[in-house]
Every structure is written in C-alpha cells, then in structure tokens.
Design a protein around this ligand. Structure first.
Ligand code: NAD
Length: 439
C-alpha cells in the first residue's frame, strides 16, 4: 500500500493560515476546548508518553509524569483557571487634551506560530508552549525533536487526534524539515534548544521580520556559602543536577564555593547520590540515560577535568554515565568551557562571595543562578549584582514550576519568556485602542 506523500511545509502553513483567517481560533471557547482536549490526551495517553520517554531517555515513569505529563497538565489547568482574567482588556487613562474618550489595550492572537522543541523534555517543551499559543488564539505548527524519536512519533500521532487538525499541525523531522519550515513566514517562532541553532532560527525569522522567543541554555552556577547545612545543600543539589541524568536546561552546571566548604561538601554529595540512586546507580529504576552516543562521547571526554569524588563509571552500550562529582576543577578545564548538559558536577573554588560574583559576571549570562546561603545580604547582593534568566535560593529548578513566574533566559541564555500569563504576552500582540465618540 502506498502512503500519501507528507504535506509540504508551505502547504501546512497555508492551510493553517486559511483556518486562522476564518477567525475560528479566536473565540475563547475554541481555545479552552483545545486546552481541555489536550488535557484529555495527556490523561488518556499518559502511559503511552511515559513509555516513549523511557525508550528515548530511560526516564522513569515517576519522572515522566512529574516533569513532563503532570507538569503540562498543571500548566493547562492554571491557564484554564485564569484565561478570562488574563484576556480582559486593560483600560488606560486618557490625557485631558483628548477630551471625552476611552482607551485600552487588548490581546490579539498573532496568527500562525511555529514551536520547535528539543529532546531533553521532549513532551513538556513542545506542549507547554503549544498551550500558550492556543490559549492566545493562534494556529500552531509543532516541531518535536528528532533526537527523541519515540516521543516525537507519539506526539505526531496523538495531537491531531485530539486537537483541531485544521489549526494544529505536527511536522516531524530533523534539520532538512526544520530548515524547510523556517523558509515559511510565521507570525512568531518559539524555539527551545542550543544557541547555535538559535542563531539559525533568528536569521531565518529576520527574513520575514518574524519575532522570536529563544529558550536557550548555558552554564548555570551554584554558589554555596560557608556555614550552610551541607547535608541539605548536597541533597537538593544532587536531586536537581542528576534529574534526567543532568540533561536539564536549568540544571546546576557547576558549584562555586570556598576551599573549606568544598572539602566538607564532597562527602555530603557522595551520601546524597547514594541516597538517591543507591550504591550502584546503574541498577536504579529512577536514574536516566544519555540521549545518544554523540552526547555520551562528548560527556565522557569531560570526566578527566578533575578529581572524581563519586561516579565516573560509564557504559557506552547502555549510554550510562554515573552521577559524577569532580573536585579540584580549574576554571579553564574542558568541563568549564561548555554547558555540561549531563550528570557531571564540577566543584570550583573561589575565595568567597566577591570572587564568585566576578566569576559569574566574567561569563555568559546563565539561564539560572542558584545559591545556598543563610545570609540575606548575600542573597540581596547576588540578586542585584548578577544577571541570569532566573534566580533560585535554596532549591534548584523549582522556580520554573511556579506558574506565575516568567521562564526564560537573558543574553546567551535566550530572549523572551513564557508560562502562564507570560505565554499570553508572548503569543499575542498587545493592541492599543482609542475610542472617541463622534458627537
Ligand atoms: P535538539 O538537537 O533537539 O535541537 C532542538 C531543535 O532544533 C530540534 O527540534 C531540531 O530539529 C532543531 N534543529 C537542530 N538543528 C537545526 C538546524 N541546523 N536548523 C534548524 N533546526 C535545527 O536540542 P539541543 O539544541 O541539543 O537541546 C539542548 C540545548 O537546549 C541545551 O543547550 C539546553 O540548555 C537547551 N535547552 C533550553 C531550554 C530552555 O527552556 N531554555 C530547555 C531545554 C533545553
């Protein structure tokens, strides 16, 4: 049997644009219906997605639900609860020279938007932006990552079954397919992934004067102050770092601390890793695997950057890299020259807070900065004297689960943001309206 040829990107976009022009995606009812259907898809096929995520990343079911499926459901529920309020036109005071008149802003959908997702949270990072795009009344082309093929195939099959197929399309494929999509004119492009491709996306978008959101990565530092409870620090640090085998955009990338605290932190980290994954993490049900051989080889080459405190074991056949802590790491060691994006945690020593702040400010602006400290002054100084996409005190990763906080980077870690009402801002045009009576 011959399969019909896949629809060309130009035809997909033309079809969605025609739908958008009919006005079908604009009523709030259409939007909430799509969100509810997406929610149903996630509840009815959570297990399908969890299996696919296990196949792609060795993700445990617990992690799949917590960080992808239930995470997206929460985003949907939060949006459904507040959408009417977020969309309400906002009155603006009118200056006296206009006499009797009213003015307000209202959110207009942009049109047809493109969402390009990466492989590390391949469901969440495709679907959470799609939630915002639909809530804002747009038609959407969703491009999942080819590097997570099982999840990508599941989403390509399920999304058209549940969502309005004339307004939502999934295009699967890698570089050639994405390149072809990027030739088309979109009204917004939302890209999550690395900065090199971010530049390609932005260049393509510039040809059509299309605005972009770039959710990129980078090295997110963790400052550990002296005199903190290191058992708590190590437990929270290890949990945030080794989730998804370190393949998290906001994972703690490296630790900055003074030499004495570094020495005390080492055994605490060993205990924390063992508490999470047992004495042999290779046999743990909850510890993930590296996405592919290319990343496995890249990561194993970084293991020589310091003294191994715990971990260091690898197995290429299963793409296993043990949760690894490296001590005595020099600031210019290979592991410090690129975003690690894997289960390796280097500890770099500095004299104290001043040097830590300089260390951070000497490098690209990170997606997240974390600190463990009891000192309010230290927290205030870090907040005021550094720049990062987000800032977390006492608990890595958690800020991005707060639905009312914007999630996004700054500088090399990206531009624009989303989640909750910030997704409405991202996927809408805020239109200024003035109304002056004729008589
Ligand atoms: P990836 O390789 O899956 O690429 C992301 C997307 O870009 C894919 O859909 C892919 O098809 C597309 N792509 C790849 N090459 C392309 C090209 N030449 N032209 C057009 N499209 C292309 O994922 P990745 O980039 O390896 O993801 C990891 C990076 O993403 C890390 O830097 C990480 O920090 C970052 N990240 C950021 C966030 C965030 O929310 N800020 C979340 C996750 C990952």
């Amino acid at each position: 049997m011959r399969h019909p040829a896949p629809e060309q990107p130009a035809d997909v976009v033309a079809r969605l644009r025609a739908t958008f022009r009919t006005g079908r995606t604009k009523p709030v009812d259409w939007r909430t219906t799509q969100l509810r259907r997406l929610r149903t898809m996630l509840t009815e096929h959570g297990a399908t997605l969890a299996t696919a995520l296990h196949e792609d990343l060795g993700k445990s079911a617990y992690e799949a639900y917590r960080t992808e499926i239930d995470f997206t459901i929460r985003e949907i529920d939060h949006t459904l609860d507040h959408l009417d309020a977020w969309l309400r036109p906002e009155p603006a005071p009118v200056p006296p020279h206009l006499g009797e008149a009213t003015a307000w802003t209202q959110y207009d959908p942009l049109g047809v938007v493109l969402v390009i997702a990466p492989w590390n949270y391949p469901a969440q990072l495709l679907l959470a932006p799609v939630v915002g795009a639909l809530a804002a009344g747009n038609a959407v082309v969703a491009k999942p990552s080819e590097l997570a093929p099982a999840t990508s195939a599941a989403l390509a099959r399920l999304l058209p079954e549940y969502l309005d197929p004339e307004a939502v399309a999934v295009v699967v494929g890698g570089i050639p397919e994405t390149t072809a999509l990027l030739d088309e004119r979109f009204d917004h492009i939302f890209y999550t992934g690395n900065g090199a491709v971010g530049r390609i996306v932005m260049t393509a978008a510039a040809r059509h004067l299309t605005p972009v959101t770039l959710e990129l990565g980078g090295k997110s530092p963790v400052f550990v102050d002296r005199d903190t409870d290191l058992e708590t620090v190590a437990a929270r640090l290890a949990a945030g770092k080794f989730l998804n085998a370190g393949q998290t955009c906001v994972a703690p990338d490296y630790v900055l601390t003074d030499p004495e605290t570094a020495r005390a932190l080492e055994p605490a980290l060993v205990r924390a890793v063992e508490a999470l994954y047992g004495s042999d993490p290779a046999t743990s049900d909850t510890y993930g695997r590296i996405i592919n051989e290319r990343h496995f080889d890249r990561l194993t080459a970084l293991l020589g950057s310091g003294r191994v405190v715990t971990g260091g074991d690898t197995d290429r056949a299963t793409k296993y890299i043990a949760p690894t802590v490296l001590a005595s790491v020099e600031p210019d060691a290979p592991v410090m020259r690129e975003e690690i994006f894997g289960p390796i945690l280097p500890v770099v020593t500095v004299a104290g807070l001043d040097e830590a702040i300089d260390f951070i400010n000497d490098r690209d602006k990170p997606l997240a900065l974390y600190a463990f400290t009891e000192s309010g002054t230290t927290r205030r100084r870090l907040a005021a004297e550094t720049s990062s996409g987000g800032l977390g005190f006492g608990l890595p990763l958690a800020h991005l689960t707060v639905s009312d906080l914007p999630f996004g980077g700054v500088g090399e870690s990206g531009m624009g943001n989303y989640h909750g009402r910030y997704s409405i801002e991202t996927f809408s045009h805020r239109k200024a309206v003035l109304e002056k009576p004729l008589a």
